[in-house]
Ligand binder design. Structure first.
Ligand SMILES: Nc1ncnc2c1ncn2[C@@H]1O[C@@H]2COP(=O)(O)O[C@H]2[C@H]1O
Length: 239
């Protein structure tokens, strides 16, 4: 189960000549924080190659709750599914902060893939890894508790986007509001807020607006792996 793509991002894995050729087919564009890059159910087919910044990939559930499926960053391509299968958009992609990208039409992207087998294999690899991640996600939703899922998301964010301070505290650089963290856990805001209160109260994490600090990554990993539970978090003196 992962919010992030496995392996090297698509653009970075392409041979330099293939990468240049793809970027030359499109138009550069900047997105403001919160701007929708493409919307679930729309019948558009362009692809967006992210060159800097981050985007969330999310869907609306039947209860009207937004669920974040993935985070995509520099070097990754979104909008590839409708471009390849002509279906409607499977999710909404939204710029998390300021984001820069190159937008390529669906027709051009398909012609590009037809002419460049390396790129086609990389897109297939991306689809396969997304399927694996979705399978893991279904398993986790069926079996894991909110605290475990929250811990797993925070470990992933700390490992992929964090930096360590002198005292071992890891600051998560990717600034995500708490409602986006709840949407990535796939539970109600209340349940995530309760789990977060437990972690904060015991000194495992510290939070401020859009900022997370992990003070005890070891314990957070044990919780994420289901090898510790909320009741087992040792009580620490508050600072
Ligand atoms: N589970 C997922 N993980 C990562 N990216 C996804 C996932 N689901 C959809 N996307 C991306 O979001 C895009 C929405 O538009 P498309 O369906 O054209 O293409 C989709 C993918 O690029």
């Amino acid at each position: 189960m992962s919010l992030f793509e496995d392996g090297r991002p698509f653009l970075h894995a392409l041979p330099a000549e293939d990468r240049r050729a793809l970027l030359a087919l499109g138009t550069p564009r900047a997105y403001a924080p919160g701007e929708v890059v493409l919307r679930e159910h729309d019948r558009t087919t362009f692809v967006v190659a992210i060159t800097s910044g981050w985007a969330t990939v999310s869907v609306e559930t039947e209860r009207g709750v937004r669920l974040i499926l993935a985070l995509r960053g520099a070097g990754e391509v979104v909008g590839d599914q409708a471009a390849v299968d002509h279906g409607s958009r499977s999710a909404t992609v939204t710029a998390l902060g300021r984001m820069e990208a190159v937008v390529v039409s669906g027709d051009r992207f398909r012609a590009y893939l037809a002419a460049r087998p390396v790129a086609t294999v990389l897109i297939m690899r991306q689809f396969s890894s997304r399927l694996r991640s979705s399978d893991g996600e279904r398993r986790s939703l069926a079996s894991e508790k909110v605290l475990q899922r929250l811990a797993a998301r925070l470990v992933e964010l700390a490992e992929r986007t964090g930096h360590s301070g002198a005292d071992g505290t890891i600051t998560i650089d990717l600034q995500m509001p708490q409602h986006d963290i709840a949407a990535a856990v796939g539970s109600t805001r209340e349940a995530v807020a309760k789990a977060l209160r437990l972690l904060r109260g015991q000194g495992v994490v510290r939070t401020a607006s859009r900022r997370f600090e992990v003070m005890d990554i070891g314990l957070l990993r044990l919780l994420a792996e289901g090898r510790a539970t909320g009741e087992q978090i040792p009580v620490r003196p508050r600072d």
